[in-house]
Write a protein that binds this ligand. Structure first.
Ligand code: MN
Length: 257
C-alpha cells in the first residue's frame, strides 16, 4: 500500500512521526508536510507564491518539507512523492482535538479533505488533549490505528467521505473503545480577547475557552469525554439535502397551482 502522510503541526512534530512508525507496518510511507506549524489554516491553498520542496530522508522515510499548508502538501505530494498516485492519505496525528466545528478550521482535517478530493481514501487523526501541558499520548493514537486501520480501510464510505478520528489523550488501558458518532457542537466562549499594546492601542487575541457540549449524546464531543475514540465519517457534500428537497417540493406544488 502506498501511503502519504501529512499534518498541520509541521514536519518535526512528534505526532507525525508516531503516525509514520505505525503506518510503515501497513505499506510504504512517504511524508509530505509543512516546514513549520500551520494549525487552524483550514482548507487553505497557496496560490500567490511558489511552493518550495526540500526532500530528505529521515529515519528511513522519504520526507518532503513544503513551505505551504496541508492542502499544498497533499497536492505537491501527489506530484513529487507519489506521481502515479497513492492508496491512502493520513493527516496527523494532530496535537489537539478536531471535534465538531473544529473540522472547518483544522489544517489536519483539510489534509484528509484534499486526499478525498483527489479520490484517495483519507483519514484525519487527532489527540484530544484538553489541559495545557498535559501529555499528548500519541502512542495511544498510534496503537488505536494499528488495531483498527484494517477495518477502516475495508468499510465502504461514500466517494466524498473521509474518516475523522479523535483519540482521548490518555494512556492506552484507559481507552474505553470507540464509538461511531456524528459531528458535535464545540463552542468557544470569550473567543476574542482585547488587550492594549505599550502605546495604548488595542490588539486582539483569538482563542477562547471551549465550552464542551457533552449533553449531545452520540457526538464526537460526547464520545471523547467518555474516554472513547470517536470515529466520524465526514462528507464533503455540504448540501442541506432536507432543505433542498423541501425547496424542490415547494417548487413543484407551486407549479401545480
Ligand atoms: Mn495542528
Amino acid at each position: 500500500m502506498r501511503i502519504l502522510i501529512t499534518n498541520d503541526d509541521g514536519v518535526h512534530a512528534d505526532g507525525l512521526w508516531a503516525l509514520a512508525h505505525v503506518l510503515e507496518e501497513f505499506g510504504t510511507v512517504k511524508i509530505v508536510a509543512p516546514d513549520r506549524e500551520r494549525s487552524a489554516c483550514g482548507h487553505a491553498m497557496t496560490l500567490r507564491e511558489p511552493l518550495r520542496v526540500k526532500s530528505t530522508v529521515k529515519s528511513g522515510f522519504e520526507v518532503s518539507e513544503v513551505n505551504g499548508v496541508p492542502v499544498d502538501c497533499v497536492n505537491v505530494g501527489l506530484s513529487v512523492a507519489w506521481p502515479d498516485g497513492c492508496d491512502l492519505v493520513v493527516s496527523g496525528i494532530n496535537n489537539g482535538p478536531n471535534l465538531g466545528f473544529d473540522v472547518t478550521y483544522s489544517g489536519t482535517v483539510a489534509g484528509a479533505m484534499e486526499g478525498t478530493i483527489n479520490g484517495i481514501k483519507s483519514i484525519a487523526v487527532s489527540m484530544c488533549v484538553f489541559a495545557d501541558g498535559a501529555p499528548f499520548h500519541f502512542e495511544t493514537g498510534a496503537r488505536w490505528l494499528r488495531e483498527n486501520l484494517p477495518w477502516l480501510l475495508e468499510k465502504p464510505l461514500g466517494d466524498l467521505s473521509f474518516w475523522n478520528i479523535n483519540v482521548p489523550a490518555i494512556a492506552w488501558p484507559e481507552i474505553q473503545g470507540h464509538k461511531f458518532v456524528g459531528m458535535g457542537r464545540r463552542v468557544y466562549e470569550d473567543r476574542v480577547e482585547r488587550r492594549d499594546d505599550p502605546w495604548g492601542r488595542p490588539y486582539y487575541w483569538q482563542g477562547g475557552v471551549v465550552v464542551m457540549r457533552n449533553e449531545l449524546v452520540g457526538t464526537d464531543v460526547w464520545a471523547v469525554n467518555k474516554g472513547f475514540v470517536s470515529v466520524t465519517p465526514v462528507s464533503l457534500d455540504w448540501t442541506d439535502h432536507p432543505a433542498l428537497s423541501s425547496l424542490n417540493q415547494e417548487l413543484v406544488s407551486n407549479e401545480k397551482i
